[in-house]
Design a protein around this ligand. Structure first.
Ligand code: LMR
Length: 329
């Protein structure tokens, strides 16, 4: 049993109502790797505030940004063991636990933000979240960040050939790895908070990320070129330890669910606003050379990346792949 914050030792005390009445807070520790001025950071803060209000201070959500407590290598395990109660990893990071989540990383799978929202709210979202239950995880929501763009220090990336022989930092996702290998680039999976240094010291030549992540970790200051490729989607599964969730009294579950539903509506609108605002600020604050892929460019890239679809459709499964095809119609 997890979740009670004890001042007297490192072991969490079991949750029980009597102790709650004695004035001890029920604490939900929520760990994430990005900065606070990001879609995920702001969503987490909004959720914490709403939970406090809706539970009359009975539940406190403690936030641990910037990977200060756990990073992507160990946060899922920490969640399963109950050292923390909530995380919001990117789909890439969830895919090592549940390979069908690789669907969300497929290149050029989603033509628009609206297609992404539809995936979150429809069969794809439900199927993916259901898969996590067997890992003692409850999926509470999908949070948006934005489409991934390409950055590099070794020349502009206008055609797929421009990636050849470049070394790219990627998230630990087999689909993303295959995407770069198919186009002749090398990959190195590195934790998010090592990306700036690795770009700065030339361990890698480039990386892919949402505008907000490129902005908030100042990655654009150590890169010369940015391609608006919108080639894949960076979003998050908001996850809770299932044992913890199941043992919450129904009224607290209800309050937390309501808070999450309200936060998600607000946060997903906010994510688009932040990315736009930070894109303007980034351009004003840098000498980045920017290239945008046209619709025709995107179809050309997508064709060359067909082997990634062929390799991973069986891993993702027929049902999910059909759900995805229906989304394109
Ligand atoms: C990254 O590792 O590049 C990002 O996924 C981090 C995040 O959580 O947005």
């Amino acid at each position: 049993l997890v979740g009670f914050h004890s001042r007297f030792g490192s072991e969490p005390l079991p949750y029980d109502d009597e102790q709650a009445e004695l004035g001890r807070d029920l604490v939900i520790k929520f760990s994430y790797v990005v900065a606070e001025n990001t879609p995920k950071g702001q969503a987490a803060a909004d959720f914490a505030k709403r939970v406090r209000e809706k539970t009359n201070d009975r539940v406190k959500v403690e936030l641990f940004p910037n990977g200060m407590l756990f990073n992507e290598d160990n946060e899922v395990e920490a969640l399963q063991h109950g050292s923390i109660q909530m995380i919001a990893p990117s789909f890439s990071n969830i895919s090592s636990l549940s390979p069908p989540w690789l669907l969300m990383d497929l290149p050029f799978a989603f033509p628009s933000d609206d297609a992404v929202s539809e995936a979150f709210q429809g069969d794809i979202g439900k199927r993916l979240m259901d898969l996590l239950e067997r890992s003692n995880i409850v999926g509470l929501a999908f949070w948006e960040n934005g489409f991934r763009q390409l950055t590099s220090s070794k020349g502009p990336i206008k055609t797929p050939e421009d990636l050849r022989n470049l070394r790219f930092r990627i998230q630990p996702s087999r689909v993303i790895d295959a995407q770069y290998r198919t186009l002749g680039a090398e990959t190195l999976a590195l934790p998010f908070n090592q990306v700036y240094r690795s770009l700065e010291n030339g361990t890698v030549d480039g990386e892919e990320n949402s505008i907000s992540n490129i902005y908030s970790k100042k990655l654009y200051q150590v890169q010369d070129y940015l391609t608006l490729s919108n080639h894949s989607y960076l979003g998050y599964g908001v996850l809770m330890n299932k044992t913890f969730w199941d043992q919450l009294p129904p009224e607290l579950q209800r309050a937390i669910s309501e808070a999450m539903a309200e936060t998600t509506i607000w946060a997903n609108r906010n994510a688009r606003i932040i990315n736009q605002k930070q894109w303007r600020e980034m351009q004003a604050d840098s000498n980045l050379q920017v290239y945008a892929l046209s619709k025709d460019d995107q179809s050309h890239w997508r064709q060359l990346l067909q082997p990634v679809y062929d390799e991973f459709s069986p891993v993702i499964g027929r049902e999910l792949m059909s759900d995805l095809e229906r989304l394109q119609l």
